[in-house]
Ligand binder design. Structure first.
Ligand SMILES: O=P(O)(O)OC[C@H]1O[C@H](OP(=O)(O)OP(=O)(O)O)[C@H](O)[C@@H]1O
Ligand SMILES: Nc1nc2[nH]cnc2c(=O)[nH]1
Length: 192
């Protein structure tokens, strides 16, 4: 299952990003960067896997975070007819906008939620989970808003974020492929 995705991950180049005196080994892959180009067959494989998980029934919105969750969310939307709501890195200042801080192993920023409200039943999809510094504050903020998160899918998992989020929030994130990343490259270490 997901053989194309796994094979392409093993071939992903790794660059070093420096943040706050720490080096982060950042892998570059079509699903997480759009480089060199995204194979629609891999997007379809991912969308079909998520649909087979049975969590798309009764969902009001597929929710993702700008930028690289968008192709995955769009592929899923086209197959299910469920609309996509995108959490942006840009402030709009609309009524009801909610902002939160995001951090990754290589960046810090602010996310802006628009178009979600109490009682919405959503499925979250994203390309990568690593430190959890994006999804943890997002899940906490959505919980505070009264949004019902029916499931969370991340295509690629690395690092401790998934386990930490489970410990802190009880939310089980489904990771399709688990990888280990070093300066020498990417190794697939698990997954569905
Ligand atoms: O678990 P974490 O350490 O938070 O890493 C995961 C996040 O990193 C990437 O986002 P990024 O902000 O780099 O945006 P991008 O989608 O534009 O690459 C990715 O899309 C996830 O949202
Ligand atoms: N492309 C890419 N996205 C990420 N998001 C969090 N970590 C990474 C990474 O190593 N590579």
């Amino acid at each position: 299952m997901l053989e194309k995705l796994k094979k392409s991950l093993e071939e992903a180049p790794v660059i070093q990003k420096e943040s706050e005196g720490q080096i982060y080994n950042y892998f570059i892959h079509p699903i997480s960067d759009g480089i060199p180009e995204t194979d629609p067959a891999i997007l379809e494989e991912i969308a079909d896997f998520i649909i087979a998980g049975g969590k798309t029934g009764g969902i009001d919105k597929i929710v993702t975070v700008e930028a690289m969750g968008i192709p995955i969310a769009t592929a899923l939307s086209l197959k299910t007819g469920i609309p996509v709501s995108i959490i942006r890195k840009r402030k709009y200042g609309l009524d009801g906008e909610v902002e939160l801080s995001q951090s990754t192993g290589y960046s810090k920023g602010t996310l802006f939620i628009n178009g979600l409200s109490a009682g919405d039943r959503i499925l979250i999809v994203d390309d990568v989970i690593s430190t959890g510094g994006t999804l943890l504050p997002l899940l906490e903020t959505l919980g505070g808003m009264g949004v019902d998160v029916a499931g969370v899918y991340c295509v690629i998992g690395r690092g401790a974020g998934t386990d930490q989020i489970k410990e802190k929030t009880g939310v089980d994130i489904v990771v399709l492929v688990d990888i280990a990343v070093s300066a020498n490259g990417v190794t697939v270490v698990g997954g569905v």
